[in-house]
Design a protein around this ligand. Sequence first.
Ligand SMILES: Nc1ncnc2c1ncn2[C@@H]1O[C@H](COP(=O)(O)OP(=O)(O)OP(=O)(O)O)[C@@H](O)[C@H]1O
Length: 251
Amino acid sequence: MSIHGIAVRIEKLNKSFGSNHVLKDIDLDIAPGETFSIIGPSGTGKSILLRHIIRLETPDSGQIYFNDQPVFDNGRPLPQTFRSSMVFQSSALFNSLTVAENVGLWLREHRICPEARIRELITEKLAIVGLEGTEGLNTSELSGGMRKRVAIARSLAMEPDLVLYDEPTAELDPVTTDELAETIRSLRKKTGNTTIIVTHDLNFALYLSDRIAMMHRGEIIEIGVPDQIRNSANPIVQRFIRTTTKGIQGG
Ligand SMILES: Nc1ncnc2c1ncn2[C@@H]1O[C@H](COP(=O)(O)OP(=O)(O)OP(=O)(O)O)[C@@H](O)[C@H]1O
């Protein structure tokens, strides 16, 4: 399997909605193939930052670069040679379609390759997320964890350079959350994609991330490998760890 993955660099990114300054001079450097999580309490700007990376929002100032290529020009998204895909919180699957139809949707809409290759890609991507042989199942009958994995397979079908996850564990029970963490971790080896995850599930982020950034009130207040986050001297980070993990992970 080919190895993808791009560098993502964010420089002095700012965004306000009226008087609400939601992103304040955000700087981030994410390496090709890195699994990077953005954590923090509700309303701190995590999703808005992700929406800039996928170009659903434009910044007031600052820039994002994919492999040194600028993403915006004067507040407008530039055409990209790199492909990003997003796994939405709700999974955003079509219940009236089968698993295979959901996974193949983007490929068929964009007529990316011949039908035989599309079927191969669907089978290949379902196997990567551990859903071999589920092509014909009705999407409406799947569990939350299976739906999430179908959504991941659909995003992988685009053969992305960058995969983004918005609150992937929302609505999942603890066992399914563990399975999902395992799936995303194994994808790193299988695809080499750069992966950015927004979550307020600290344990999930600690388990599968190469590095983690913590946001607070529109700013990045801590960044580092999981152990650096666990042992951060920043009282806001420590309070977040205490309230979200209750001591799990030895933290
Ligand atoms: N389209 C919008 N118009 C106005 N304000 C917005 C818009 N989108 C987000 N905001 C504001 O931006 C701030 C950051 O929101 P964001 O969704 O990024 O937070 P978050 O950290 O992802 O929180 P959560 O974990 O609850 O999703 C909030 O104050 C929110 O009200």
